[in-house]
Ligand binder design. Structure first.
Ligand code: SME
Length: 160
């Protein structure tokens, strides 16, 4: 029997936002982003791989990640892939089945769904949270709401 992977719950989301605040404290910059990806990846079972990309000119550059393996996509042009699309549009993207999305850039064979949430600073996209899930349809509107709140925290701890 295959154990089912549990998705984010509403109570868990609330609790994680509080935990994140105390874990971040006065930590800023890359150290804060490292703390965020580690906490998300370890606390939410459906978040198989968690990364934060930072905008650098016309590209997104991988800044911090946590998961079972490194990705080859450490630099993605804005506009390319689901990551680049979300950065260009300045909107959260949820893809419930990556095999059906022609924009998808593959990182891991096991990935079935993905969510990308932009991080804004004074109205501009400065980075994004990218999460890969091994299950189909792993992300709901609760994940969107939660991760948009996490992105606001990442923004307020952005520069070192
Ligand atoms: N799948 C992403 C690329 C980044 S990896 O998921 C880590 C995309 O389509 O942009």
């Amino acid at each position: 029997m295959k154990a089912s992977v549990s998705r984010l719950g509403r109570e868990q989301a609330r609790e994680l936002l509080v935990r994140l605040d105390s874990a971040l404290g006065s930590t800023r910059g890359k150290a804060a982003r490292e703390a965020i990806v580690k906490m998300l990846n370890s606390a939410v079972q459906s978040y198989t791989w968690v990364g934060i990309y930072a905008v650098e000119g016309k590209d997104l550059v991988l800044d911090a990640w946590s998961g079972p393996a490194a990705t080859e996509h450490t630099r993605i042009a804005i506009g390319k892939g689901i990551c680049g699309f979300a950065a260009k549009a300045g909107k959260t993207e949820i893809v419930s089945d990556v095999s059906k999305d022609p924009r998808y850039l593959q990182c891991f064979l096991s990935t079935k769904s993905e969510i990308v949430v932009p991080i804004f600073n004074q109205g501009s996209v400065v980075g994004e949270i990218d999460i890969d899930g091994d299950g189909l349809d792993a992300f709901s509107s609760l994940d969107r709401e939660f991760l948009e709140a996490v992105a606001r925290k990442a923004a307020s701890h952005w520069s070192s």
